[in-house]
Design a protein around this ligand. Structure first.
Ligand code: E4P
Length: 227
């Protein structure tokens, strides 16, 4: 399983890259805004250079299908590792699978985002999306069973040998991340604060503290024994 960071903070990316646990990045316009990136081109190019050759998802910002294609070509021209996020449908319910198909046919990698159901995953896979993002938190918000959607999707993709990989996003707790991993997600995209919490356990810290104290005690005993 791969781990992406769901963030536009280059400081967080550098930190987790150095630790060797980061395989890619997902952003969206809200994440960019929250993390202080107002010039999407400058921000996306900086992140893509930092992460290269790992994938960086950047999202289109229009409801017009033709404009989505134009925007996607522009975003994809910024760096070879930029993946274009295309929603399953517009805000008015017009399916975007034709856009996904066209971009993938042109060699532009698509992350079919905002997937909330197994049905959407099937259609995005058929359209040829490289990645499909299931939004676990937003499924749970409506009482849905996100792990079941993930399990059904991964099993379907593997049974029929689709190339699409499932990214689970909208992770709002460490438990969401772990449940998604257990459900078979190919990739989880995790906000930095939950990566930090995943790395930490009080008993790990206490164990290190105890071992260092006891090692120092042993050193003193050895010195006394030699004296
Ligand atoms: C995933 O690619 C999205 O950027 C993100 O996980 C959305 O999460 P949210 O539901 O917390 O906005």
């Amino acid at each position: 399983m791969e781990i992406f960071i769901d963030s536009a903070s280059t400081a967080e990316m550098e930190k987790w890259l150095r630790m060797g646990v980061l395989d890619g990045v997902t952003t969206n316009p809200s994440i960019m805004l929250r993390d202080g990136i107002y010039d999407m081109e400058v921000g996306a190019k900086k992140i893509a250079a930092l992460l290269s050759p790992r994938p960086v998802s950047v999202e289109v910002t229009t409801n017009d299908l033709g404009e989505m294609v134009t925007q996607a070509r522009e975003l994809a021209s910024w760096a070879a590792n930029i993946v274009i996020k295309i929603p399953q449908e517009t805000q008015d319910g017009i399916p975007c699978y034709g856009v996904i198909k066209q971009l993938e046919n042109e060699g532009i990698k698509v992350n079919a985002t905002l997937a909330m159901s197994f049905g959407q995953v099937i259609l995005a896979a058929k359209a040829g999306a490289t990645y499909i993002s299931i939004f676990a938190g937003r499924i749970s918000d409506e009482g849905g069973d996100a792990p079941q959607v993930i399990r059904d999707s991964v099993e379907f993709l593997e049974r029929w040998k689709y190339k699409s990989k499932i990214i689970v996003g909208s992770i709002r707790s460490v438990s969401d991340a772990l449940q998604s991993a257990i459900a078979g997600a190919h990739i989880i995209t995790v906000p930095p604060q939950y990566l930090t919490r995943m790395a930490d356990h009080k008993n790990s810290r206490d164990g290190v503290r105890q071992f260092i104290v006891d090692a120092q005690k042993a050193m003193e005993m050895m010195k006394k024994a030699k004296a």
